[in-house]
Design a protein around this ligand. Structure first.
Ligand code: PLP
Length: 384
């Protein structure tokens, strides 16, 4: 694509407009070769030696995501967890790290288990409160501040620009898990973050048919080179077919995220104050945590993720999920189909999640059908 002013919707719809030079195909071929021919004079002029870290199938997805995030470079990984953990493994044992109390539970467990065992000094704090970040950060010792916004599964908001300033003043990098916001709604690197990570399993692919992860950097530096080495040597890379599927999914990113976002807002507004719902958690509600920051930081919507707390406690919440028909009872998020999950059943001991909380991932079905299904499930759960 040659027009610098082209809008991101157009960039992704055509996946940067790349054409396969050999066949003139407008969709990329799927390369499966694990190895590449060496030149007769012992050089590798193709620039590729071995597929683990140099798979041509990565190129287009990485280029599209770098463009969307206004970054310097993107790396694809085999899952969001492989991407996130590579950022932490790019640090050195002894480094101090700040992470949020409310964050994707599996990464929190990895940080408090594996990462601390490996030698990182991990401290969990209320990342939504800049004074708590300021109080916990150790200039010269803290090497990374990890933010997730909106944060799973309470959908609390962290001010990326303000947290980046605090991190940078102390000499730390700021990384943002932007899985829920997507580049459609938030551009962390433009707000001052150094790294942005996605579980591409979610919105970037959007069809619940692969696991993938990405990390994009604002610039090259020693830490980024170590992240690159973690991927190249650790080998947590994506397969060719999954890389191809990701490019296909990305083409409809804007349509899907906008549809999910407007459905989530309508659902949140409908159930806010509902007699069978104790609380709706959604950054798009003016009464919600971080709404003013979200209005500034997110453009064009507040995302497709929300949570409702059922009146009647844990049993009522589980019963609501049991009675839904259109909403599917399943973990994960960001697909075209709407999902409902009793989150505490997944997160277990140590989770900050209330027992009566149902996590909702709004899909692209008709929003009136989604609301009607929740209405009948709430009513049935309370008849019991
Ligand atoms: N970050 C967030 C916010 C997530 O929701 C998830 C998965 O649910 C991950 C990271 C991990 O991604 P993956 O499941 O692709 O490893």
């Amino acid at each position: 694509m040659h027009n610098e002013n082209i809008r991101p919707e157009s960039v992704v719809a055509q996946a940067l407009g790349w054409i396969d030079e050999t066949t003139r195909a407008i969709n990329p071929p799927i390369h499966v070769s694990s190895t590449f021919l060496r030149d007769e004079d012992n050089q590798y002029r193709s620039g590729r030696v071995y597929m683990r870290d140099q798979n041509p199938a990565f190129d287009q997805a990485e280029a599209v995501i770098t463009n969307l995030e206004s970054g310097h470079e993107t790396l694809l990984f085999a899952s969001g967890m492989a991407a996130a953990t590579a950022v932490f493994q790019g640090l050195r044992p002894g480094d101090h790290v700040l992470a949020p109390e409310v964050m994707y539970w599996s990464l929190r467990n990895w940080l408090m288990g594996f990462a601390t065992g490996w030698g990182l000094d991990v401290e969990l704090i209320d990342m939504t409160d800049p004074s708590a970040v300021q109080a916990a950060i150790r200039p010269g010792m803290t090497k990374l501040v990890w933010v997730e916004t909106p944060a799973n599964p309470l959908w609390t908001i962290t001010d990326i620009a303000e947290t980046a300033e605090i991190a940078h003043a102390a000499g730390a990098l700021l990384a943002v898990d932007s899985t829920t916001a997507t580049p459609v709604l938030t551009k962390p690197l433009e707000l001052g973050a150094d790294l942005v990570m996605h579980s591409a399993t979610k919105y970037l692919n959007g069809h619940s048919d692969l696991t993938a992860g990405t990390v994009t950097t604002r610039g090259d530096n020693e830490h980024w080179q170590r992240v690159r080495a973690v991927r190249a040597q650790g080998g947590g890379t994506l397969g060719s077919f999954e890389s191809w599927l990701l490019v296909r999914g990305l083409r409809t990113l804007y349509l899907r995220v906008r549809a999910a976002s407007s459905a989530a807002l309508a659902i949140a507004e409908h159930f806010d104050g509902h007699p069978l719902v104790a609380e709706v958690l959604y950054p798009g509600l003016p009464s919600s945590h971080g709404h003013e920051i979200a209005k500034r930081q997110m453009t064009g919507g507040f995302g497709g993720m929300l949570a409702i707390r059922a009146t009647g406690g844990e049993d009522a919440a589980i019963a609501v999920a049991a009675h839904t028909k259109l909403w599917k009872r399943a973990t994960s998020l960001g697909g075209v189909e709407s999902l409902i999950e009793h989150r505490a059943s997944v997160e277990g001991v140590g989770s900050p999640v209330p027992l009566d909380l149902l996590r909702l991932s709004a899909g692209i079905e008709h929003v009136d059908d989604l609301i009607a299904d929740l209405e009948q499930a709430l009513a049935k759960a309370h008849e019991q």
